[in-house]
Ligand binder design. Structure first.
Ligand code: AMP
Length: 218
């Protein structure tokens, strides 16, 4: 069975953690536009420099850039059993562009999982977030701290904070989410694809519900 999933949810909702876990469970690629853009930025390319201007302000990067990234990525052979989109689409315009891309390659979305969380906790989740530079494990310095402030429990690697995980930019990202991304939930509700997931629970409890949800066609 092919499983093509979109994760929706505000920044800080935990959708990245769940998307990564589900991708591992199903053995399909986790396509995370935020990480892909950070890699582009780190490469120092012109596109990366353009993206950085928007990312550092908590705004969406120009649609042409993300659509090009997604179009290339979903056509790769490793998506044969499906894929998980995390961080895309982030606007109605992007959702429409995705429909066109998928129609061209005879694909469609099977599930849209909307991770729901009270707005009040989002900023705290982002402002205390750190991840390991080496193995990528994520920590929350307040709610799920590592044993040692500076190093990863799993591999000992150095922990780092994302440049946009500060209170000021996090607040802007939530504003951008509400204005541009929240309407995407309605777009997919009209197609009867959305399953709302209460994100205010333990990671494994949320994950079990997600695994059950993607086993059946909504
Ligand atoms: P994320 O890692 O998903 O929180 O994304 C980090 C930043 O990358 C966002 O605040 C945006 O500036 C940019 N970004 C990621 N995905 C998209 C997208 N689909 N469209 C536009 N900008 C994006």
């Amino acid at each position: 069975m092919k499983t093509r999933v979109i994760f929706l949810g505000a920044p800080g909702s935990g959708k990245g953690t769940q998307a990564e876990k589900l991708a591992k469970e199903l053995g399909i690629p986790h396509i995370d536009t935020g990480s892909m853009l950070r890699e582009e930025r780190a490469s120092g390319s012109e596109e990366g420099k353009t993206a950085d201007k928007y990312m550092s302000q908590g705004q969406l990067v120009p649609i042409e850039l993300v659509v090009r990234i997604i179009k290339n990525r979903v056509s790769k052979p490793d998506t044969q059993a499906g894929f998980i989109l995390d961080g895309f689409p982030r606007s109605i315009e992007q959702a429409e562009a995705l429909d066109n891309i998928l129609a061209e390659i005879n694909e469609q979305i099977d599930h849209v999982l909307n991770i729901d969380l009270d707005e009040g906790v989002l900023i705290d989740r982002m402002a205390y977030r750190k991840s390991c530079k080496d193995c990528g494990v994520k920590y929350n310095m307040k709610f799920n701290p590592p044993q040692n402030e500076q190093n990863c429990d799993r591999c000992g690697g150095e922990l780092s904070r994302r440049a946009d995980d500060n209170v000021e930019t996090a607040t802007k990202r939530i504003k951008t989410y509400k204005a541009e991304t929240e309407p995407v939930i309605g777009y997919y509700r009209n197609k009867s694809l959305v399953r709302d997931i209460n994100g205010n629970r333990q990671i494994d409890e949320i994950f079990n519900e997600i695994v059950d949800a993607v086993k059946v066609k909504i």
